[in-house]
Design a protein around this ligand. Sequence first.
Ligand SMILES: [Zn+2]
Length: 134
Amino acid sequence: MNCEVCGNPIHGEPQTVLIEGASMRVCGNCVKLGTKITETVPRPSVVTSRSLAPLIPRVDIVEDELVLRDDFGTAIKEAREELGLTQDEFAMKLNERVSLIKHLETGKIKPNDMLAAKLERFLKIDLYVSPEYD
Ligand SMILES: [Zn+2]
């Protein structure tokens, strides 16, 4: 092929240079007229094994593993009695049905997350414990 600047045959590898914004293949003599373009090889994405994310505090993990304690019914009943409330009074204060309270205290019904939170707040007890709890 010929040099795109001077028209002379190019011996060997043609050089690609930038001349006035245009990329041209030129001979060795005309290389100095432009800015040499270095072949742009797509860089492989650098994968760093180093993670910048802070370590998750261990306490958060433990919290996620909390389970409803087996004796939640007894715990509710005892805490209620300590407050001197009957099942009816307790149900009224929680705005729940008495039948639900009875079932909770006998362990027939497990409280859902919202009810458990309400019971925990009201009775000041922990219904959710870590699995290691005995
Ligand atoms: Zn040339």
